[in-house]
Design a protein around this ligand. Structure first.
Ligand code: CO
Length: 134
């Protein structure tokens, strides 16, 4: 069911500073910021030869990553995104196996304009999982 790692996401308190660290100190190619209002975050992607790193900054008072940054004020690894061929089939299979899908269980449009879902970290060894249909 799982395909490639699409990206690994790191929550950061200051997206400008994090962009500068990845671009100027680490010498990586970093995308322009993208506002994802539906997800309560602003993101950039660090493009690496084999995958991407997503840097996430909270957007708005109801951002789902505010609580995470309260616990991890300097930032931290937030989720891993795996690619799937069919997100509805993947969701139904996971739900049947007892995994919890976050939100209303319906896919939302992710940063790449493709359907995404998030799975409860307690069901996956403390790791928040994002599934993206590619
Ligand atoms: Co992501």
């Amino acid at each position: 069911m799982l395909g490639r790692v699409n990206h690994i996401a790191i929550a950061v308190p200051d997206l400008k500073a994090a962009t500068s660290t990845y671009r100027d100190m680490l010498g990586a190619k970093v995308s322009k910021p993208q506002v994802l209002a539906e997800h309560g975050v602003t993101v950039v992607f660090v493009e690496l030869p084999n995958t991407k790193i997503e840097l996430l900054e909270p957007l708005g008072d109801a951002s789902p990553i505010l609580a995470f940054l309260d616990k991890n004020p300097s930032g931290g690894m937030h989720h891993v995104c795996y690619e799937v061929d069919d997100i509805i089939a993947a969701r139904d299979r996971l739900k049947q196996a007892g995994a919890r899908v976050l939100g209303d269980g319906e896919p939302k449009t992710g940063a790449h304009g493709k359907p995404v879902l998030f799975l409860h970290p307690k069901d996956f060894f403390g790791t928040l999982i994002e599934l993206e249909q590619v």
